[in-house]
Design a protein around this ligand. Structure first.
Ligand code: C2E
Ligand code: CA
Ligand code: CA
Length: 567
């Protein structure tokens, strides 16, 4: 060890040396005693050893120390030291930061020091200890990256830096998409290996001065001081591209993209908890919007998100109370040739606990996400069959179309539930049609067909909903076995002005007829549209405002079935 004993001690340090030597024998912590007026410091031998300082007595300690402080904490460190030295009161320095050891690794230290004043009230000595923070408190056990406590600490430092320098920045929180599948397909051990690998993939593509933190579960985070939107977009693009291919890990294939939520500070918050909460919300929004994307926090979007979370709670409550607040509205479907009422589509409605009707576009995605669509779907099936039984007393071949989400089709107990329900109400299978949206099923033909076939074997017709809105409508037609195609309003909206659109509908209808599929046209609002669709396009059935809006059971009966109201 090099000692710099040639420097004569200042009177102040000489005065305290005896106590300093006594004390340092009692602790493994690093110790320091600074004569602020002479700018001379006396440090314990272990500090000299671990950080390769030139000696135990040094002039201008910060000349040696500041270069060792991690770049992310450097300015906060300097700001804190300047503040206590400049202060006219006995102030305290209490800070956690990283310093580079002689081995070139950064370690976290917690430094606590106090300034003592001389008789004139001027800062005189600065004495304290530094302790190495235990490794296990810093590193995430799975990935070896700095953990969530260090993240919290680093965010606080970044905010302190903002206060000192007025330079803001960005915090990015990444959440892996579909990581649950990795854990479920393999096991937790492989899951941990994947997290470790993904951690190092992300670290490698980050700009060198940035540190990756590992938060809870499958989340990672980066603090990017001084970043603008373009810098964040660049970071996300490199992470996205690094995770864009399936990876192989010791023979296990996995594919994990990442969703990211970004907050800019101080705009999105000036406090760690607020910033963290907002970044997590933005990431959750990124996942809901389709994953593998970055969402930058905005107050409006956050408020919408909070509403949808509270809606989720109310929906749970409704479902737990036997689907209280849910009801089915029915929209008439008529025979295209003679306009005879042949059936109705059951459309779900929900009144929130405050009694406000919520649009299906808002609550159905929540039912799907939470998988509550499975119990609610069973309730729908029962309600629809019950209603159809009643209406068949007036129209013997009346059919009710029921919308099915992909989540429901995946649920293997659905078939049994439908079968039991038909049996319970003593109804034939041809009283219901199951509708599935074409755009949701592009990927999984063979599985869907297997499910469909089981229903068709019972005699239940299958309709492909919203035909024309998916990416590959013709491919769906080719690959899926169905009985009815429902052509979407988007497809027929312009048939009056546009010759091509009219011919297109005509061709789709022809094509369907040639393979024994019936066509129902949705969203018909005008008489002229109806004329074209029946005469030229030869559609089989029509559903649209022209023949009736979705209505409650009572109104439907009154308007379309001319039934006596039941008392
Ligand atoms: P969808 O299955 O395509 O249902 C048809 C939608 O078009 C209904 O909207 C209906 O009110 C609307 N519509 C009918 N005729 C016309 C028309 O002439 N012009 C216009 N502009 N619109 C018309 P709604 O009731 O708001 O339902 C929206 C979507 O919510 C449905 O689209 C369906 O995807 C979903 N949905 C509704 N009920 C259920 C359900 O019980 N289960 C599931 N899984 N999804 C449902
Ligand atoms: Ca439908
Ligand atoms: Ca539709």
């Amino acid at each position: 060890m090099k000692k710099n004993n040639r420097i004569p001690l200042s009177p102040c340090l000489r005065r305290f040396r005896f106590y300093f030597d006594l004390l340092r024998k009692t602790t493994n912590d690093y110790m320091f005693l600074t004569d602020l007026q002479e700018n001379m410091v006396m440090v314990s031998a272990n500090l000299v050893q671990d950080f390769e300082l030139p000696g135990e007595i040094l002039y201008d300690f910060d000349k040696y120390w500041v270069p060792l402080v991690h770049p992310e904490e450097k300015s906060a460190y300097q700001a804190s030291i300047t503040k206590i030295i400049g202060s006219q009161a006995a102030s305290e320095h209490n800070m956690e930061y990283r310093v580079k050891t002689r081995k070139g690794e950064y370690v976290w230290i917690r430094c606590r020091g106090r300034v003592g004043l001389d008789r004139d009230g001027k800062p005189y000595i600065f004495a304290g200890t530094m302790s190495r923070m235990a490794q296990r408190n810093q590193a995430d056990e799975v990935t070896g990256l700095l953990n969530k406590y260090q993240f919290e600490h680093a965010v606080k430092l970044a905010l302190a830096q903002y206060r000192a320098t007025n330079e803001g920045g960005a915090i990015l929180v990444f959440g892996l998409d579909n990581f649950k599948i990795v854990n479920e397909t393999y096991n937790r051990v492989t899951g941990d290996l994947v997290l470790k690998r993904v951690g190092s993939i992300i670290s490698n593509v980050l700009p060198q001065e940035l540190t990756l933190f590992k938060l809870d579960g499958d989340e990672f985070a980066v603090i990017y001081p001084g970043a603008k939107e373009q810098d964040v977009a660049d970071v996300f693009a490199s992470v996205q591209s690094a995770l864009s291919r399936p990876q192989d890990l010791e023979g296990h294939q996995y594919f994990c993209t990442a969703s990211c939520g970004t907050v800019f500070y101080p705009e999105a918050g000036k406090d760690y908890l607020v910033l963290h909460k907002h970044a997590e919300a933005a990431m959750d929004i990124a996942k809901r919007e389709g994953k593998n994307r970055n969402v930058i926090f905005s107050k409006e979007q956050y408020n919408r998100w909070v509403r949808s979370i509270s809606m989720r709670d109310s929906i749970w409550e409704s479902v737990e109370n036997g689907c209280l607040g849910f009801s089915l509205f029915y929209q008439p479907q008529v025979n295209a040739v003679d306009q005879r009422l042949i059936g109705a589509e059951a459309l779900l409605r929900w009144k929130n606990p405050k009694g406000r009707m919520v649009a299906p576009m808002e609550f159905i995605p929540i039912l799907e996400e939470t998988k509550l669509i499975i119990p609610v779907g069973k309730w729908i099936v029962e309600e629809a069959i019950k209603t159809c039984k009643k209406w068949r007393r007036t129209i013997p071949d009346f059919r009710v179309s029921i919308n099915m989400s992909y989540e429901q089709i995946k649920d293997l107990s659905l078939l049994k539930c439908v079968e039991e329900c038909l049996e319970h109400y003593d109804m034939p299978a041809d009283c219901i049609v199951l509708e599935l949206t074409e755009s949701k099923i592009v990927a999984d033909w063979s599985f869907i067909n297997k499910q469909f076939d089981a229903f068709r074997k019972l005699g239940i017709a299958i309709a492909m909903d919203d035909f024309g809105t998916g990416y590959s409508s013709l491919a769906s037609l080719k690959n899926l076995s169905c009985d009815i195609v429902k052509i979407d309003r988007e497809f027929v909206k312009k048939i009056l002005e546009n010759d091509f659109d009219r011919r297109l509908v005509q061709c789709v209808v022809d094509l369907c007829h040639s393979i024994g599929i019936q066509c129902c046209i949705e969203g018909v609002e005008e008489e002229a549209e109806y004329e074209l669709l029946t005469k030229e396009c030869k559609a089989d059935a029509i559903q649209g405002y022209l023949f009736g809006h979705p209505e409650s059971v009572e109104v439907f009966e009154e308007k379309f079935l001319k039934m006596e109201k039941e008392v």
